[in-house]
Ligand binder design. Structure first.
Ligand code: C2E
Ligand code: MG
Ligand code: MG
Ligand code: MG
Length: 283
């Protein structure tokens, strides 16, 4: 069909746009019903101490098995949940559910929950954290909230105020995916995070001896140490990455090498074994 044809444009460009919008509309339709249909589950991924390899926490990761769409990746449905603000009730659900589950773990093991900007800016957020803690009985210091740098873009002052309320309760606040967003050291001066999570891309780079990744991790660890913040390396998959990250002095490690995100039964099972087994390479 010729481009000059009046209606050609219409037929050339719109079908894919339309298909995309239609897919999104259907996904949203299903997402609106997912909570009441009990389609969400939580996968727990262990975070271990870099020296002792003992489990220090689990990160709670949302999983959606949709009746209409099957398993949908968080990379796809989390942004949609954020755009539609469905992340507010869904986020409250995972917060309550994971605090409740953490009560089944040894009392030194924390739970980390991801929180989007939409949730932080919701006026009821702090109250929902208080509610999740009091209903479950989980001490505040066993809950860590994970946020990304993106929360500081829209309304940094409000986001910071809410995070400070959460920290005043005794909860930790981790800065997730550090180095991938609109990195600014400005908010590190204003806010004392509990932990900085170094993004997997730097971990991979360091293991390949990329000078930039090595230098950045070294600098982040030094800065975190002197500001009394902990560091977690994300996405450690191989022995080589583990050794490099250890050498660089990251305090905690998360990644397939030690454990993939798993169901609550399997997560609980890690504590009944005599010693924690690495399971990444084979899993
Ligand atoms: P995140 O918070 O950075 O979580 C870590 C992601 O890296 C998880 O992906 C995890 O499965 C994956 N991962 C962990 N270790 C490795 C590894 O060794 N190699 C590789 N290749 N990947 C690894 P997942 O579960 O698909 O979640 C993706 C993102 O979705 C999360 O990134 C987080 O930003 C968001 N998310 C997940 N659950 C929630 C939630 O309940 N609320 C909100 N607001 N966001 C969530
Ligand atoms: Mg996270
Ligand atoms: Mg992360
Ligand atoms: Mg990451």
């Amino acid at each position: 069909r010729s481009k000059d044809e009046g209606g050609g444009r219409h037929f050339t460009y719109e079908p894919s746009l339309h298909a995309h919008a239609e897919e999104r509309r259907q996904l949203e339709f299903s997402l609106r019903r997912a909570l009441e249909r009990n389609e969400f589950t939580i996968a727990y991924q262990p975070v271990v101490d870099a020296t002792s390899e003992a489990i220090v926490s689990f990160e709670a990761l949302l999983r959606w098995n949709s009746a209409e769409h099957g398993f949908v990746s968080p990379a796809k449905f989390i942004p949609l949940a954020e755009d539609t603000r469905l992340i507010v009730p869904i986020g409250e659900w995972i917060l309550r559910e994971s605090c409740r589950e953490a009560m089944n773990w040894p009392s030194h093991v924390k739970v980390a929950v991801n929180v989007s900007g939409e949730q932080l800016l919701d006026p009821n957020f702090a109250a929902s954290v208080v509610g999740a803690l009091s209903t479950s009985g989980l001490p505040a210091n066993r809950l860590e909230i994970e946020v990304t740098e993106s929360i500081f873009v829209r309304d940094g002052t409000a986001a910071q105020a809410t995070l400070e309320q959460i920290m005043a309760l005794g909860c930790g606040v981790a800065l997730d995916d550090f180095g991938t967003g609109y990195s600014s050291l400005g908010y590190l001066r204003k806010m004392r995070f509990t932990t900085i999570k170094v993004d997997r891309s730097f971990v991979q780079g360091a293991a390949k001896n990329a000078a930039e990744s090595l230098a950045i991790i070294r600098a982040v660890v030094a800065m975190a140490d002197s500001l009394d913040m902990s560091t977690t390396a994300e996405g450690v998959e191989t022995e080589a990455e583990l050794e490099m990250i250890r050498k660089l002095g990251c305090k905690k490690i998360q990644g397939y090498y030690f454990g993939r995100p798993m169901g609550f039964v399997e997560a609980r099972g890690l504590f009944t074994r005599p010693s924690f087994q690495r399971q990444g390479a084979a899993a």
